[in-house]
Design a protein around this ligand. Structure first.
Ligand code: UT7
Length: 329
């Protein structure tokens, strides 16, 4: 049986501080021409010293709650998708609940890296199947610049910080979009292709200095190949199981990691460039926040109209990947 799953007041937040490609070329051996031509990224936002991932999520969450007129005490669940939580424990979801004054809600994090928005939507849909009255605050938030190795030019140019929030419930009134479908996959055998370090496998003793395992490590070329293949396949699968053709899609909103990956997926799906959304130039790769920030920008730029169907796809550490369909109102 189909579960009603509606998205209300999708909001974004990025920190004010910006790092341009020229800023980075003063830090490592790189340049604007390389970064632009290989990735499409021009700028990325970086949180302040006094901000953590939970603070970015709270900024986005306050906008969402204000926009849909829901009080924190009315929430029943808080779900946070992140791969850069403030701490291993407590969860970002609990921290957000405490900061916004939520009641004793069910709160937990989803760890699916860049696929976090789509994995989280799937979890929210499951929670609504169990409890149609649920009022779920769903945030995606990343403090990736805290785990970037600023001496590694192959990764430090790629990532940025940001957050999104939305309210998810089973009511269509006032909703921005309906979740029509979502499919999530993984291949843990390829876990070492992208690692965000700092977990307990880093067996540090007090006073030790950290090494490269503490930071983001990525085998870029391998990840690139898997990303193009899996995002294309999962989009085809989602279209097929919903009896749709690519022409039924008004906008493809893929994970914003690399413009070349986005173009390769678009070309394999035979979707015209004007139907593919990208904002990677402005934010870089914000992992779980990337797809919702792209949806937010697409909406704000007038790229989404009532009735439009949006195909989303993401790929990240795990490896994880996912595809989903939204219908906008
Ligand atoms: O969100 C999770 C998913 N992540 C992704 O989807 C990322 C997937 N991978 C990528 O986007 C690309 O592989 C990268 C952007 C990371 C790298 O692009 P590439 O075209 O695959 O470059 P490469 O790693 O093969 O490196 C090519 C050259 C190397 O030099 P040599 O060995 O050819 O002399 C690198 O050392 O570019 C060099 N290089 C750089 N040069 C200037 C690597 N990083 C930089 C840099 N500036 N920042």
């Amino acid at each position: 049986m189909k579960t009603n799953c509606y998205i209300h007041a999708l909001c974004g937040y990025v920190p004010d501080a910006v790092l341009t490609n020229d800023d980075l070329s003063a830090m490592v051996d790189t340049n604007d021409e390389w970064i632009t031509s290989r990735t499409g990224i021009k700028r990325r936002h970086k949180l302040n010293a006094d901000q953590n991932a939970s603070d970015l999520a709270v900024e986005a969450a306050q906008k969402t709650l204000a926009q849909c007129g829901v009080k924190a005490e009315q929430l029943t669940h808080i779900i946070a998708a992140t791969c850069t939580p403030d701490a291993i424990s407590p969860s970002v979801a609990c921290l957000v609940g405490g900061k916004i004054g939520a009641g004793p809600v069910m709160a937990f994090d989803v760890s699916a890296a860049c696929s976090g928005f789509l994995y989280g939507l799937s979890v929210c849909r499951g929670l609504l199947a169990a409890d149609p009255d649920a009022q779920i605050l769903f945030v995606c938030t990343e403090a990736l610049t805290r785990r970037v190795d600023w001496t590694d030019r192959s990764t430090c140019v790629l990532f940025g910080d940001g957050a999104s929030a939305c309210l998810i419930n089973s009511r269509s009134d006032g909703a921005e979009a309906e979740l029509e479908d979502v499919v999530c996959r993984s291949d843990g055998a390829l876990h070492d292709l992208i690692v965000v370090g700092g977990g307990t496998s880093c067996a540090y003793a007090k006073g030790d200095s950290v090494d490269e395992h503490f930071f983001i490590q990525m085998q870029g070329r391998e990840v690139y190949k898997h990303a193009v293949r899996q995002m294309t396949h999962i989009c085809e699968e989602v279209l097929e199981r919903n009896g749709l053709k690519i022409d039924d899609v008004a906008l493809l909103v893929p994970h914003q990691a690399n413009l070349r990956i986005i173009e390769a997926v678009g070309s394999r799906l035979h979707i015209a460039t004007e139907h593919v959304f990208t904002n990677v130039a402005e934010y870089g790769n914000t992992s779980s926040a990337s797809v919702p920030l792209a949806l937010r920008d697409a909406h704000d730029q007038g790229r989404l109209r009532a009735g439009d169907r949006v195909l989303m796809t993401a790929f990240g550490s795990g490896l994880t990947w996912a595809g989903g369909l939204l219908r906008f109102f």
